[in-house]
Ligand binder design. Structure first.
Ligand code: COA
Length: 261
């Protein structure tokens, strides 16, 4: 697929960077952009050398200012359902990606933009970032998973407050309520993202994958089933060469050399 609305680059070995690239409409998500995101994530997921996926928005103003309102305005019920399902497919693919996915939120992350950031494993925000779910201003509830992922991230009451008041949340408050993990100066966001990506890329790849899987799959299970899942994934790691290397390197007081096997 040739991308018209996103950029997919590999700034360093194993590190992929997806940029939503519609700056004239503040990177709003139309159907084509959602399909391109799904295609890009599928491509990265199939790359055995991939270690981390970073997601950001083009320009200095917005990460993603929401689903494309111009495209939605005249939609029928059927078209709206189809649009939501496209969004859900892209968001689920991010969550299911075998590598960590980190959102670098460089400005407005509103509506579908906030949902896109929430579908990433965690968020680094520029100090200029603004989050929010303003859909009720447009006469709709969120449609790309926001009503489900926001309460799971920040708690039910806090999510209901934001979903029903449409109140914008600046970066520092977003960090305080657990929506965002780190805040940094806007000019340093890309460098910070790459620094973290390098850190993750240096770890044992299978262990990183299993840790992500345990958290994401376990979140939808009861505690006992989730802990049983953790036991299974923990045991699976013992079949890898990298776990022997990691433990041996520790005991021999030297850095490990991981080979993704
Ligand atoms: N869908 C489609 N186009 C959008 C958009 C969206 N979600 N968000 C912004 N745009 C477009 C604007 O229509 C404008 O286009 P134009 O230059 O052709 O008029 C352009 O992007 C710039 O936006 P503008 O509103 O002029 O910028 P601003 O700095 O005054 O305000 C925001 C920025 C983010 C506060 C404002 O654009 C906004 O409220 N956007 C919608 C947010 C929203 O409701 N998102 C949820 C959608 S489900």
């Amino acid at each position: 697929m040739v991308y018209k609305n996103i950029l997919l680059e590999q700034p360093e070995a194993g590190i992929h960077l997806l940029t939503v690239n519609r700056p004239k409409s503040l990177n709003a998500l139309n159907a084509a952009t959602l399909d391109e995101i799904l295609s890009a994530v599928t491509r990265v997921a199939a790359d055995g050398q991939a270690r981390v996926l970073l997601i950001t928005g083009a320009g200095e103003k917005a990460f993603v200012a929401g689903a494309d309102i111009a495209e939605m305005r005249d939609a029928t019920i059927e078209q709206a359902r189809d649009f939501s399902e496209r969004g859900m497919r892209a968001m689920h693919a991010l969550e299911a990606a075998p590598v960590p996915v980190i959102a670098l939120v460089n400005g407005y992350a509103l509506g579908g933009g906030c949902e896109l950031a929430l579908a990433c494993d965690w968020i680094i925000a520029a100090d200029t970032a603004v989050f929010g779910q303003p859909e009720v201003n447009l006469g709709i509830p969120p449609g790309f998973g926001g009503t489900q992922r926001l309460p799971r991230r920040i708690g039910q009451a806090g999510a209901l407050e934001l979903l029903t008041t449409a109140r914008p949340v600046k970066a520092e408050e977003a960090r305080a309520i657990g929506l965002v993990s780190q805040v940094c100066p806007a000019a340093e966001l890309r460098a910070r993202g790459l620094e973290i990506a390098r850190l993750i890329a240096a770890k044992a790849p299978v262990a990183v994958r299993l840790a992500k899987q345990a958290v994401l799959r376990g979140a939808n299970l009861d505690l006992f089933a989730a802990c049983a899942l953790e036991t299974e994934l923990f045991a699976q790691a013992f079949a890898t060469q990298d776990r022997r290397e990691g433990m041996t390197a520790f005991l021999e007081k030297r850095p490990p050399r991981f080979e993704n096997r």
